[in-house]
Design a protein around this ligand. Structure first.
Ligand SMILES: Cc1cc2nc3c(=O)[nH]c(=O)nc-3n(C[C@H](O)[C@H](O)[C@H](O)COP(=O)(O)OP(=O)(O)OC[C@H]3O[C@@H](n4cnc5c(N)ncnc54)[C@H](O)[C@@H]3O)c2cc1C
Length: 423
């Protein structure tokens, strides 16, 4: 019987363990937390967005994004639904966003763990793996309680997001000690800190809009080198846009947030790390051309000619936003001249915020970077250490919000679980 150790009882580790045990392997999972699935239990605001129908592999970033596409056919969302179903977890599809029918993340970690235990998996919780050594045709796992020998090992220790859930980077230290290359691990799916002073005035505002990540030419950025992911929008030249998303923009005193902003971070984090200067252009009226916005403002002025511009704009947007738009357009006192109206329309369509950094790992839902694709074969086995596998966020990939990252965890858990138990 093949003896398999899995480091980490997150979504991908439990899936790998369950799959390997189902195929006849003797599986032990080492989890430093007292219970399995701590992060999984807090996903989707406690509701757990399990996957997405369909998954567009082009939405992933990182060296594994091409593999995400290759794995789709055999290990896509449908396979995840089957996996969960086998564990007694029924799912509900809400406009493509798939949740457990219980709408409770905790039920997912509990039922998956129970299914794994039923399949024979042994969970050693509260035991931290400190090192993994390749020894002959097997591996020695060193934990804070001692050493054990295994034929094969799955590293499912996660990325660096929310280190309080257990994925604090120790896994990467072990992996690097084995000589495996890891792309820089950076926070993703988190707010983006911006330096604009008037953000303080906007704290607490939520507004529908389109956010586009662009290079800051004003800060000396050279000509754009082509978008990573282009969407039309905001009247911005398409080639200028690195990434763009529509949704609810949430303003705080020092950052922009909301799912649409989170989804810019897998693109922003590596560029910021490389020293690039970035701005977010917020289009607060994405379904209208600038001229239509100008006409709307003119209509509002016709109705209240004596009002201050900031007050007039309240007829179409949140009052704090209206005040900042008026100020940025240079409105002083009353007035409704055509130039001012044009400038206000321009600000509404392209309100810029200078990005300082991504918020830290403690606010991130995922991380970019990890074990690079060239370090593994198609079964996710190390090309340097036969018998050593990787899953989930340990790998260099990041998807947007909406079930993409758990989908990757199920996909890679299924692949590695099958491969590690193959005689
Ligand atoms: C707040 C939040 C909400 C999210 N919501 C969603 C969502 O709704 N949909 C979605 O698709 N994605 C969501 N994600 C992302 C998703 O949760 C992760 O991508 C996924 O859980 C990663 O699974 P994993 O198995 O790779 O790693 P993890 O879940 O991080 O598991 C790694 C495990 O390894 C353990 N470990 C680490 N090192 C050691 C060691 N040395 N010894 C022993 N154990 C160790 C850790 O304690 C941890 O339990 C969310 C993330 C967060 C933080």
């Amino acid at each position: 019987m093949i003896r398999v150790a899995v480091t980490g009882a997150g979504a991908s580790g439990i899936t790998a363990a369950l799959t390997a045990a189902g195929n006849g392997a003797s599986v032990t999972v080492f989890e430093r937390n007292k219970t399995p699935g701590k992060k999984l239990s807090m996903t989707g605001n406690g509701r757990c967005n399990l996957t997405h129908f369909p998954v567009d592999p082009g939405e992933y970033t990182g060296s594994f994004s091409k593999r995400a596409s290759d794995y789709q056919e055999d290990y896509g969302p449908m396979e995840s639904v089957f996996l969960l179903d086998r564990a007694g977890i029924l799912t509900a599809n809400a406009d493509g966003y798939v949740y457990p029918m219980s709408f409770e993340a905790k039920t997912v970690s509990e039922l998956l763990t129970e299914a794994a235990v039923k399949a024979g998996v042994v969970f050693r919780c509260g035991e931290c793996v400190k090192d993994v050594r390749h020894d002959g045709d097997g591996f020695v796992l060193c934990t804070d309680r001692g050493e054990s020998r295994f034929d094969r090992v799955v590293m499912a220790s996660g990325g660096l997001a929310r280190p309080d859930t257990g994925s604090d980077g120790l896994g990467y230290e072990i992996i690097k000690r084995l000589g495996i290359r890891v792309a820089p691990v950076l926070p993703a799916l988190c707010p983006l800190k911006c330096r604009d002073r008037d953000l303080k005035e906007l704290a607490g505002v939520r507004a529908k809009g389109r956010v586009s990540l662009i290079y800051d030419k004003g800060a000396g950025e050279p000509e754009i080198r082509g978008g990573v992911k282009n969407h039309p929008g905001g009247g911005l030249p398409e080639k200028d846009v690195i990434a763009s998303e529509e949704g609810e923009i949430q303003f705080s005193a020092d950052a922009l947030s909301g799912i649409c902003v989170f989804n810019l971070t897998p693109h922003a984090s590596p560029l910021l790390k490389a020293g690039r200067k970035l701005v977010i252009s917020a289009d607060l009226s994405p379904d209208k051309e600038t001229d239509e916005v100008r006409q709307l403002i003119e209509r509002l002025f016709d109705k209240s000619p004596c009002h201050k511009p900031a007050d007039v704009l309240k007829g179409m947007m949140n009052r704090k936003l209206a005040s900042v738009v008026a100020k940025r357009a240079g409105a002083t006192g009353e007035g409704n001249d055509r130039d001012l109206i044009g400038r206000m329309a321009g600000v509404i369509k392209d309100m810029r915020f200078s990005v300082v950094s991504a918020y830290g790992f403690d606010r991130a839902q995922s991380s970019t970077g990890g074990v690079i694709a060239e370090e593994t074969d198609d079964d996710l086995m190390s090309v340097r250490h036969k018998g050593l596998y990787f899953t989930g966020e340990t790998l260099d990939i990041c998807g947007p919000c909406g079930g993409y990252n758990l989908q990757w965890a199920w996909t890679t858990g299924l692949i590695a679980g099958k491969a590690v138990s193959r005689p």
